[in-house]
Design a protein around this ligand. Structure first.
Ligand code: COA
Length: 424
């Protein structure tokens, strides 16, 4: 049995943040019923399509293990179906723009009246305040949550990161809020609202930078390269290039082949406890006792020169050879792995973190499986549903509609026309 078996999720999510959350819950065994607008469905089905008229990888990689029902929730009969689904399910998850659920006629008070045990979980761009009515996408959240102002090089513009910390990061936060509320419900018997703002989620992930903002009041941030370079600090935490956020000096260094391969680099940390091992490895054994190099304090103003010397050494080997030599003596390093290398990595395949999925219209594709491993709740990754694939199944098996009821709903236009029924 899976951890969340028996939990029924009404999935009113779209794009990335909300679907990330409900996909995780589905992997843990929840029955996730995704409501989609007839005709188009989740907008990502058609975004960045690599194969014409086939659900995009954007959609298929974020909606595994779910069932899809098409329902026009602005149609009076559609509203009736939504009411029945609210009564049937444990959790409603949504990431509509601000006010959308209220305009649809389903504010929290109405949902709570229909089903007092229901947990209503929402992602918005901002929490209550001046920006609460704004729509928000990934990079807006990265910029407003403190990530962009602290990412990049000091002499360049702010940068966003390729990791989707605004969308997927907030989806993860919301999933934790939902299971916590489900746990509290086992004692209280009541539902509650769970809300997560993308700005808050990003700021939570950028926590160490708010730490540094406060440290600035007591002097320069000595582990930042600019300290060693004699460049004064301003009023706000600066961008620190590839310095490590943990207080240990670190850099990304070239490895053999960097001229042709944009990913032939390795992250190298001159962690104090392994300094002597580093000196031996790179061929500078006298630095172990030389008073100009032997302590972290005296090394700080010389970091550029020290890393240049280490790089002379890393450039003689591939990033994997550097990793092997360093790890043999417990020096942590991080080879820059490309998406191609990750896609082909056999150990990630073996653990189910990278999985190959078969899809009826797309064929085989790779996806990221459940990164959270439970020893007693296996995660099998099933393909995403076609638009409206489970409409009739949900209406009859979950809500008890008979053939005539389904026909009436269909005639009313509440269901639209399912694009295709998949052949299993
Ligand atoms: N039947 C009928 N109408 C439906 C429907 C259905 N099944 N599903 C959605 N709709 C309607 C809504 O009622 C809404 O109509 P309204 O504006 O007339 O009230 C409309 O679709 C649009 O919803 P909205 O969520 O505002 O979509 P959008 O495309 O304009 O904005 C976002 C997209 C992502 C910017 C916005 O949803 C948002 O800010 N979400 C919160 C933050 C977030 O999660 N952002 C990251 C997404 S990865």
């Amino acid at each position: 049995m899976k951890a969340l078996e028996g939990v029924k999720i009404l999935d009113f999510t779209h794009v990335q943040s909300g679907p990330t959350c409900t996909q995780l819950l589905a992997w843990f065994g929840a029955d996730v019923i995704k409501i989609e607008r007839p005709g188009t469905g989740d907008i990502t089905r058609g975004q960045l399509q690599d194969i014409p008229k086939v659900d995009s990888l954007y959609f298929t990689m974020l909606n595994h293990n779910k069932r899809s029902i098409t329902l026009d929730t602005k149609n009076p009969k559609g509203k009736g179906v939504l009411e029945r689904l609210i009564k049937h399910c444990d959790v409603l998850v949504e990431n509509f723009g601000p006010g959308v659920l209220d305009r649809m006629g389903f504010p929290w008070e109405t949902i709570n009246e229909l089903n007092p045990k229901m947990i209503v979980a929402s992602i918005k761009g901002f929490g209550p305040g001046p920006y609460e009515d704004c729509k928000v996408y990934e990079n807006v959240a990265q910029c407003t949550g403190g990530a962009a102002s602290t990412t990049g090089f000091r002499d360049g513009p702010p940068l966003v990161t390729g990791a989707q910390i605004g969308d997927s990061g907030t989806g993860l936060h919301l999933a934790l809020g939902i299971v916590t509320a489900l746990y509290q419900r086992t004692h209280s018997g009541r539902g509650q609202r769970v809300t997560c703002a993308m700005q808050d989620g990003v700021l939570n992930l950028a926590r160490v930078k708010l730490r540094d903002q406060q440290r600035l009041a007591h002097g320069p941030l000595k582990e930042y390269s600019q300290f060693g370079e004699g460049i004064p600090f301003g009023a706000a935490v600066p961008r620190a290039g590839n310095d490590s956020g943990g207080g240990q000096p670190g850099r990304i260094l070239k490895c053999n082949g960097w001229e042709q391969d944009p990913d032939a680099y390795i992250y190298f940390i001159t962690q104090a406890p392994v300094w002597e091992k580093i000196c031996d490895l790179i061929g500078e054994p006298t630095w172990k006792t030389d008073p100009d190099y032997s302590s972290p304090q005296v090394r700080l103003p010389k970091l550029n020169a020290i890393f240049a010397r280490i790089e002379q050494w890393t450039m003689t080997m591939t990033k994997f050879e550097v990793m092997d030599l360093c790890n043999a003596v417990d020096i942590p390093v991080g080879p820059i792995l490309s998406m191609k290398e990750l896609a082909e990595d056999q150990s990630l395949r073996a653990t189910g973190t990278v999985v190959e999925i078969d899809h009826p219209t797309r064929g085989k594709y790779l996806s990221v499986g459940n990164p959270i491993k439970l020893s007693d709740s296996p995660s099998d990754v099933k393909r995403s549903p076609l638009l409206g694939e489970h409409t009739e199944e949900i209406l009859s098996d979950v809500l008890g509609y008979d053939d005539q009821g389904i026909a009436e709903l269909s005639d009313s236009g509440a269901l639209g026309i399912p694009r295709q029924i998949a052949a299993e």
